[in-house]
Ligand binder design. Structure first.
Ligand code: FAD
Length: 370
């Protein structure tokens, strides 16, 4: 009998498994398909708590904590796996093309600076310097020097190998139907062909979390939010920081690919790339950096983010003893993985996490009928 069973081998389940093994707790990872092949490999890989936040809410604090943990976390993964994960701290740029947008960005500078965070205002010339080729009418912007990126495909390959080398048992092709409990205590999981007994179970099934019976996560709290990305080939990176414009973002990779992202669509479980999605992404990209019109399209894909009703993750214990929930990371699961792993491993081992998890409790959705 393993110490802990984890449902879902995306970045969240895998990160928790690695953290547990490092602390001497044995974990089994159950994955219905291929480890890492869902949302976690589809992501752009931005580590962008400052870029994504409009106020200092608990998810922002979780993201900052996670960003600070990233160097140590990727070093551990590298050590176990011997593989690179494409981690670079080149910052993120936000572009304004109207006075109103410029004012919005200025407001963001103020509250972030008051939190002791680094953020620089860019005038039009400084913006052009950071993002060569930016549209002529760009008025200025912001630069967040401490943000970075990983390459999620490389990261998931390395993390998956790291978990195996650390001693995590992987079972693939294992679809969990239900978490089993007796009285108010969990005792295992039901797969299609068998039961695995265990008294500590972690639900980390991403966008599919609400489909597993017995978890206590009300239906409709977690939904798939489709994100489409188009990858262009620019030969060499046209700039190093990622760039947020009004209608999308551009993420350069060191090999010359430029990721154009991303749609956010609540359209069910269909992972399609659509004409409308691609049109939206490419229009925004070519408006922001006009010379991208001549770049070659090399790939297009989509993934299903685990969206929640209030767009904050669900982290903590479930209503039934022995069930632990780590899901709903929506747009920020790559960023938030190291922090999630740490706090969930603390909870599972009975220590108090360094972050107050009450705002992330599934209990906030208790008025929704399961
Ligand atoms: C286009 C796009 C761009 C993104 N960009 C960023 C970004 O720049 N930065 C960032 O931080 N985040 C980004 N994200 C979000 C990020 O990808 C997610 O928040 C994160 O990957 C969620 O991880 P997860 O492990 O919960 O989910 P997943 O990676 O989806 O993993 C869940 C796993 O559970 C498995 N599973 C489901 N049901 C069962 C079952 N019943 N039994 C067994 N296994 C099951 C699935 O097969 C899957 O492998 C982006 C997402 C998308 C789609």
């Amino acid at each position: 009998v393993p110490d802990v069973v984890i449902i879902g081998a995306g970045i969240i389940g895998s990160a928790i498994a690695l953290e547990l093994e490092q602390r001497g707790t044995n974990a089994i990872l159950l994955e219905k398909a291929v480890p890492g092949a869902e949302s976690s490999s589809a992501a752009a890989g931005m580590l962008a708590p400052q870029s994504e936040a409009t106020s200092a809410d608990p998810a922002f604090e979780l993201g900052l904590f996670s960003l600070r943990r990233y160097p140590e976390w990727v070093a551990t993964i590298r050590e176990y796996s011997g593989l690179e994960v494409g981690y670079h701290v080149d910052g993120g740029v936000h572009v304004a093309t109207t006075e109103a947008a410029l004012e919005n960005l200025a407001a963001r500078t103020a509250w972030q600076k008051s939190h002791g965070l680094r953020v620089e205002r860019l005038d039009a010339a400084e913006l052009r310097n950071r993002v060569p080729g930016i549209r002529d009418d760009a008025l200025g912007g912001l630069f967040f020097p401490d943000e970075g990126q990983v390459d999620p495909r490389l990261l998931m390959r390395a993390l998956s190998l790291a978990t195996q080398r650390a001693g995590v048992e992987h079972i693939t092709g294992a679809t969990v139907r239900r978490i089993l409990s007796r009285g108010e205590k969990a005792y295992g999981v039901e797969l299609e062909d068998r039961v695995i007994e265990c008294d500590r179970i972690v639900l980390a099934a991403g966008a599919w979390s609400c489909l597993i019976e017995g978890s206590g996560v009300p239906k409709g709290c977690v939904k798939p939010a489709r994100g489409q990305i188009v990858a262009l080939d620019c030969g060499a990176p046209p700039f190093l920081p990622y760039v947020f414009a009004e209608h999308g973002y551009l993420v350069p990779r060191r090999d010359g690919r430029l990721l154009v992202g991303a749609t956010v669509e609540l359209e069910g479980y269909e992972k399609a790339v659509t004409a409308g999605g691609v049109l939206q992404l490419l229009s925004a990209a070519c408006e922001t950096v006009p010379r991208l019109r001549s770049a070659k399209i090399v790939e297009m894909w989509s993934g299903l983010r685990p969206w929640t009703l209030d767009q904050m993750p669900i982290l903590g214990s479930g209503a039934v003893e022995g069930i632990f929930i780590a899901t709903g990371h929506h747009r920020n699961g790559i960023l938030q993985a190291p922090a999630t792993a740490l706090v969930m491993a603390d909870l599972l081992r009975g220590t108090v996490p360094p972050i107050d998890l009450r705002p992330f409790s599934v209990a906030r959705f208790s008025s929704i009928r399961s």
